[in-house]
Design a protein around this ligand. Structure first.
Ligand SMILES: Nc1nc2c(ncn2[C@@H]2O[C@H](COP(=O)(O)OP(=O)(O)OP(=O)(O)O)[C@@H](O)[C@H]2O)c(=O)[nH]1
Ligand SMILES: [Mg+2]
Length: 684
């Protein structure tokens, strides 16, 4: 019998209990004989030595189990904000998600960030309110918190007895067998909630509340979950197991199964890259359509390919060899040496690479302790970057230093430990500095004219840069007609537009001060090429692609110089809950860190401070909290926005051919001639 497949993500703020819940679900599904423990390092996911030592999840992991006729591939994700990149990759392969919220802490900063991403991607989402056994657990309070800070469209799926005690238990509502029970009131409540988006439910509700068929209501509920109009909320405890059985049995019924178009052209997405025992690369792929079999040659990314040498799928707790993987499934593919995280595989190898979270905001230079160890370090960190491309390894030409981008100190420690244990390389770090951005301040235009004496390239290009609102990123627009575009090179306007966008965005990787340029619209306002039988102004040797590619950086940078840029640094928003009597010690420290907090709330003898803090100070403040608050203060912070830097403007060493300096650029680029491979572009 063909089975439904559900690719399910478990997401939450750090420590909410995702891994413990995963363990409990595996146990309830009969995959393991006893649930393991995060605290003892005996879980099915969290298998890395570092994860076990630290008791946190660092990498996403896949496990599989079966409930009824649904196979569930569960992806347990890390909650620590330093590892948000792992969540980002998992998001694009999910059919549904469980967002875990702690019954004690309620909605936390990362919960909101994850929720927003799930909403944007329209991932059907259930809530699991965990830790109902812990002292201080809430029910109404947590529901109000979710309703107030995430969504009103929630449907509590049960009530809790013994809340906040080890014996806390869940009484499910609206389960499959509710027809057997007399719970007219519960069904009426459900109908009331569903009626908001469904006139048929409203009519039935108004007609006869007592006669509402529960099977029909559940179908309606599943429909609204699928359309992300409704979000059932389950309560429970991953530790005691309360409420987990109920959640397990609802997953297949309420969340939509994966499409299984096995006949179509193969297409899938790589959401994780790991290494096998022999160091060989393993790509974790979610298939959207078609089938891939062992020994198939597949295309991925834009222009790479490889032959699949082995395929494993996840089945009831273990990886199992298969001859093929088909639509809807998740598999591990071996043999694809050039594959990277985020690649689309197969027919649709177009990269729809959206980013749902803020990019890393810190960077640091890595230094091998062994002076001769730089080449090995470079090879090792490049391999690590295959699994985590957002660390964005760069080497600057002048100082030959290896830079990595980071989300925070914990990620840095993990990189250090990974290099030491897996590669035997001891490293140190230079100072961690913020990754700034540059925003254009006014409109700037520039052009280079074909056949003008100072223009060595066979092309005319005119570019205008306009500032755009903060947070909107960069957009490239074409404002030229097809008669001014060399269509013998670019085939059509779309591919010309794509090529220009590529040249322009590469140039904008480093602005006037060396930082990524953002929040602007770049318009191509003039273009011309040269051809033997053209009008006098455009007559001459035929233009080639290199003329457009090499001229673009020059014109873009000239326009940017006229626009001017302001360097902006990343700023976090933080929230600190602390006993009120610790404020006298805390406030001077905050002042020294240039933080001006506001008191957001006071409750009993507790106080909540909120404020902005430059990203570079977050770690320092975090370290100061425990000694200053007797270990009771809880600080949370997350990236909020970029703000103009006050004081000296930081610059970043250039890694490109520096189109900022016209003479130097022309000298280097022309001297190198037209040998394609030698042209190094920014950020490449
Ligand atoms: N009392 C209680 N403790 C729990 C429960 N679930 C998890 N914990 C504890 O909470 C801590 C964190 O649990 P994890 O399962 O590692 O949480 P996580 O969400 O996977 O954490 P990260 O992956 O690091 O974000 C551990 O000490 C667990 O034992 C629960 O239902 N009740
Ligand atoms: Mg975990």
């Amino acid at each position: 019998m063909p089975r439904g497949i559900l690719n399910l993500g478990i997401l939450a703020h750090v420590d909410a209990g995702k891994t413990t819940l995963t363990e409990r679900l595996l146990y309830c599904a009969g995959v393991i004989d006893a649930p393991g423990s995060v605290d003892e390092g005996t879980t099915q996911t969290d298998t890395l030595a570092l994860e076990r030592q630290r008791g946190i999840t660092i990498k996403s992991a896949v496990v599989s189990f079966t409930v009824g006729d649904t196979t569930i591939n569960l992806i347990d994700t890390p909650g620590h904000p330093d590892f948000i990149a792992e969540v980002e990759r998992a998001l694009s392969v999910l059919d549904g998600a469980v967002l875990v919220v702690s019954a004690v802490e309620g909605v936390q900063p990362q919960t909101r960030i994850l929720w927003r991403a799930l909403q944007r991607l329209c991932v059907p989402t259930l809530f699991f309110v965990n830790k109902i056994d812990r002292r201080g657990a809430g029910y109404d309070r947590v529901l109000a918190d979710i309703a107030g800070r995430l969504t009103q469209a929630i449907i509590p799926m049960g009530s809790v007895s013994g809340l906040g005690t080890r014996g806390a238990a869940v009484v499910p509502e609206y389960t499959d067998d509710t027809d057997d029970r007399d719970d007219t009131a519960a069904r009426a409540r459900l109908a009331e909630l569903l009626a908001e988006h469904d006139d048929a439910v409203l009519a039935a509700y108004l007609d006869d509340q007592a006669a509402l068929p529960s099977g029909w209501l559940r179908e309606k509920l599943a429909g609204q979950v699928r359309d992300t109009l409704a979000h059932p909320v389950y309560f429970g405890s991953a530790i005691t197991g309360a409420g987990v059985e109920a959640l397990l049995h609802e997953l297949g019924g309420l969340l939509p199964a994966a499409g299984q178009d096995a006949g179509g052209l193969p297409s899938g997405r790589v959401f994780k890259v790991g290494r096998g025992p022999a160091g060989d690369k393993i790509a974790y792929v979610r298939m959207f359509s078609g089938t891939i079999a062992t020994r198939d040659r597949v295309r991925f990314g834009h222009d790479r390919d490889g032959k699949v040498t082995a395929i494993s799928v996840f089945a009831d707790g273990a990886a199992v060899r298969r001859e093929e993987v088909t639509a809807g499934q998740i598999a591990m593919l071996s043999g694809l040496a050039d594959i990277r995280i985020g690649d689309m595989i197969g027919a649709a190898s177009q990269d729809a690479d959206g980013h749902y979270f803020a990019p890393p905001t810190l960077e640091t230079a890595l230094v091998a302790r062994d002076p001769g160890g730089k080449p090995r370090l470079h090879a090792a960190i490049t391999e690590i970057a295959e699994q985590d491309p957002l660390i964005n390894v760069r080497q600057d030409d002048i100082r030959q230093e290896i830079y990595v981008s980071l989300y925070g100190e914990v990620q840095k420690q993990v990189i250090e430990a990974t290099l030491a244990t897996e590669y035997g390389i001891e490293v140190g770090f230079r100072e961690t500095t913020p990754i700034c951005v540059e925003r254009p301040v006014r409109t700037g235009t520039a052009e280079e004219i074909l056949h003008a004496p100072a223009n060595p390239f066979l092309a005319t290009l005119g570019i205008r840069i306009d500032p755009a609102p903060p947070g909107t990123g960069t957009a490239v627009r074409l404002a030229v007609g097809h008669q001014s575009v060399p269509l013998y090179i670019y085939k059509n306007m779309e591919s010309f537009a794509a090529a220009m966008e590529d040249y322009i965005t590469r140039t904008l990787h480093q602005g006037l001060y060396g930082w990524q340029v953002t929040d602007c619209t770049v318009s191509l306002i003039r273009s011309q090429y040269s051809v033997a039988d053209g009008p006098p102004s455009a007559r001459g040797p035929l233009s080639g692609p290199q003329d457009f590619r090499k001229l673009t950086p020059l014109v873009v940078m000239a326009a940017l110089k006229r626009a001017g840029t302001v360097v902006c640094e990343p700023v976090h928003r933080f929230r600190l809950e602390t006993p009120a009597d610790t404020l006298t010690g805390l406030l001077p420290v905050l002042a020294r860190l240039h933080v001006v907090p506001a008191v957001a709330a006071t409750r009993d003898s507790w106080c909540t401070l909120e404020g902005d803090i430059p990203v570079t100070r977050v770690h320092e403040l975090r370290q100061q909290i425990p000694p200053l608050t007797r270990g009771e203060g809880v600080m949370e912070s997350s990236f909020d926005r970029y703000e103009p830097v006050r004081g000296p403007v930081p610059t970043r060493p250039r890694t490109d051919d520096n189109p900022l300096n016209r003479e130097e650029y022309l000298d280097r680029v022309l001297r190198r001639g037209v040998r394609e491979k030698d042209v190094r572009q920014t950020g490449g």
